[in-house]
Design a protein around this ligand. Structure first.
Ligand code: NAP
Length: 290
C-alpha cells in the first residue's frame, strides 16, 4: 500500500489493536529470555501524587504484567528532597533485576527535572529522554527511541503508510514528542517541516503534509480544512475537556472527512506509547545479553 489514499472518510488507525500485535511479539521475546532464566524488569518512579501520572503508571504496570515483564513501583513523597530522589534512582541504576527505569513526568517544581532525569543510567533509559539517548537519536544511532514518537512511527509503518519521499509536517517542537518525531520521520526518508507557536501561516504548511503529526496540547486545534486530502493524520494530543472527556489536538470529526488515515483519541498514540516503553525494556535485556 502507498500513502496515496483517496480523500476521506479516513481509515481509522487503531492504536489499541496495533499495540496488541506488538505485545504478542514481545511475549514471545520474553519467553525466549525466560528460557535463559532472565526476566526483563521495569522500575517506575513517581514523585508526588499527580492523579494523571497515577493512571499512566497503573496502565504501564498492567502492560508489564500482560507481557511477563517484572515491574516495581516506587512512590516518593511530593516534598522529597532532590538528594533522596537521586539516591532512589542510583539504587535502581545498580539493581540487576531492573533493566529499565521510567521516571514519570512531570516532577514537583522544587526538583531540578533535568538533573534528576540525566541521572538515569544510559543502558536503563527506556524512556529515551536523557540527553545521551536524544544525542544518539540525532547521530542516527538511537539505542532507545523516545516512546511516544516511536509509537507514531510504528502506527504509520503498521498501517502501510509510506514515509519515504513523503512530506511530513510536525506541529510541536517539544523534546519529548515534536523534535524526536521529526528526526525519526526524517530517518524514514520523509522531508520534514516542524511548526510551532512562532510559525506564520500554519495552515499553509499543514495543508501540504502527506503525514501530519499534531503534538500541540490544544484540543481540536487542527481542523479538517488544515488537512491535505488523503493525508495520514496522527494525533498525539491528550487534552482533558471541562466535561471530563478526552480530546486530541485534531478535530476528529472534520479531519476524518478529508484525511486518508487518522488516529482516534483515545485509542491512537496513547496505547502505543506504553507498548514502546515495554518494547524498549525487553530490548534493554536483549542488548545486555548480547
Ligand atoms: P508541549 O511541550 O506543551 O509542546 C507543545 C508544542 O506545541 C510546542 O512546541 C508549542 O510551540 C506548540 N504550539 C503551541 N501552540 C501552538 C500554536 N498555536 N501553533 C503552533 N504550535 C503551537 O507539549 P508536548 O509534551 O509535546 O505534548 C503535546 C500533546 O501531546 C499534549 O496534548 C500532551 O498531553 C500529548 N502527549 C501525549 C502523549 C501520548 O502518550 N499520547 C505523550 C506525550 C504528550 P512552542 O515551542 O513555540 O511553544
Amino acid at each position: 500500500m502507498t500513502g496515496a489514499a483517496g480523500a476521506g472518510p479516513a481509515k481509522i488507525i487503531d492504536g489499541t489493536a496495533i499495540s496488541r500485535e506488538i505485545y504478542a511479539g514481545l511475549k514471545e521475546r520474553v519467553a525466549v529470555l525466560g528460557r535463559a532464566n532472565v526476566r526483563p524488569g521495569l522500575a517506575a518512579v513517581q514523585v508526588g501524587d499527580n492523579p494523571a501520572s497515577k493512571i499512566y503508571l497503573r496502565n504501564k504496570v498492567r502492560a508489564c504484567d500482560e507481557v511477563g515483564v517484572y515491574s516495581e513501583l516506587h512512590h516518593l513523597a511530593a516534598d522529597s528532597p532532590q538528594d533522596v530522589v537521586l539516591a532512589a534512582l542510583d539504587q535502581l541504576n545498580r539493581n540487576p533485576r531492573v533493566h529499565g527505569i521510567l521516571l514519570q513526568l512531570p516532577l514537583p517544581q522544587h526538583l531540578d527535572a533535568e538533573r534528576v532525569m540525566q541521572s538515569i543510567a544510559p543502558e536503563k533509559d527506556v524512556d529515551g529522554l536523557t540527553w545521551g539517548s536524544l544525542g544518539s537519536l540525532v547521530a542516527g544511532h538511537a539505542v532507545f527511541e523516545p516512546c511516544t514518537p516511536a509509537g507514531v512511527i510504528a502506527l504509520l509503518e503498521r498501517s502501510g503508510v509510506a514515509m519515504d519521499r513523503r512530506h511530513a509536517v510536525v506541529v510541536g517542537r517539544s523534546v519529548i514528542v515534536g523534535k524526536p518525531a521529526a528526526l525519526m520521520l526524517m530517518a524514514q526518508g520523509a522531508t520534514v517541516t516542524i511548526c510551532h507557536s512562532h510559525t506564520r501561516g500554519l495552515a499553509d504548511h499543514t495543508r501540504r503534509a502527506d503525514i501530519l503529526v499534531a503534538a500541540v496540547g490544544r484540543p481540536r486545534f487542527i481542523t479538517g480544512e488544515m488537512v491535505k486530502p488523503g493525508a495520514a493524520v496522527i494525533d498525539v494530543g491528550i487534552n482533558r475537556l471541562p466535561d471530563g472527556k478526552l480530546a486530541g489536538d485534531v478535530d476528529f470529526q472534520s479531519a476524518r472527512n478529508v484525511a486518508g488515515w487518522i488516529t482516534p483519541v483515545p485509542g491512537g498514540v496513547g496505547p502505543m506509547t506504553i507498548a514502546m516503553l515495554i518494547s524498549n525494556t525487553v530490548r534493554a535485556v536483549e542488548r545486555a545479553q548480547q
